[in-house]
Design a protein around this ligand. Structure first.
Ligand code: C2G
Length: 130
């Protein structure tokens, strides 16, 4: 049984998020998702996500393709998360191409193409302008 892990913020959940989670789930039998915390986002981008972490995690956890959700507290803990979750495959969108190759000693690392023409940043811009 292959266990798949992926990470993300999943703020203002959209079809690009759904697509990557569905495709990640198809690569194995059990999908675990690390949802980045509000504090991690603030430390990375100097702004909090629009939706708080408990809502973002609740939405992801409710999806039929997702088996388990946990909070990603730090970018530096990826190796520990992969090992703790006993993940066989790490999946990320290809905006992260090459960034996680260092983990190929403990799991298979797969980058999937992003869904074109949709992003949280773009959605925020559209709402701001209208
Ligand atoms: N994604 C996608 N297509 C889009 C938008 C996003 O396939 N149009 C994918 C991203 O490539 C990522 C996942 O959806 O794999 C989650 O995207 P974000 O919420 O933007 O997550 P990010 O800020 O990249 O967080 O440790 C890494 C971080 O937690 C990743």
């Amino acid at each position: 049984m292959s266990r798949v892990i992926t990470f993300g913020t999943f703020d203002i959940f959209h079809v690009g998020h759904l697509n990557i989670l569905k495709r990640a789930a198809e690569l194995g039998e059990y999908l675990i998702v690390g949802v980045s915390t509000d504090a991690l986002n603030f430390s990375k981008k100097q702004r909090y996500p629009i939706c708080p972490q408990h809502s973002r995690a609740e939405i992801v956890d409710a999806l039929a393709c997702v088996d388990e959700v946990f909070y990603e507290e730090s970018l530096e803990l990826k190796r520990e998360y992969i090992l703790q979750c006993k993940a066989d495959i790490l999946v990320m969108g290809d905006d992260w191409q090459g960034k996680f190759d260092e983990f190929s000693d403990i799991c298979q690392v797969v980058y999937l193409p992003r869904t074109p023409s949709i992003s949280t940043t773009e959605l925020i811009e559209i709402v701001k302008e209208s």
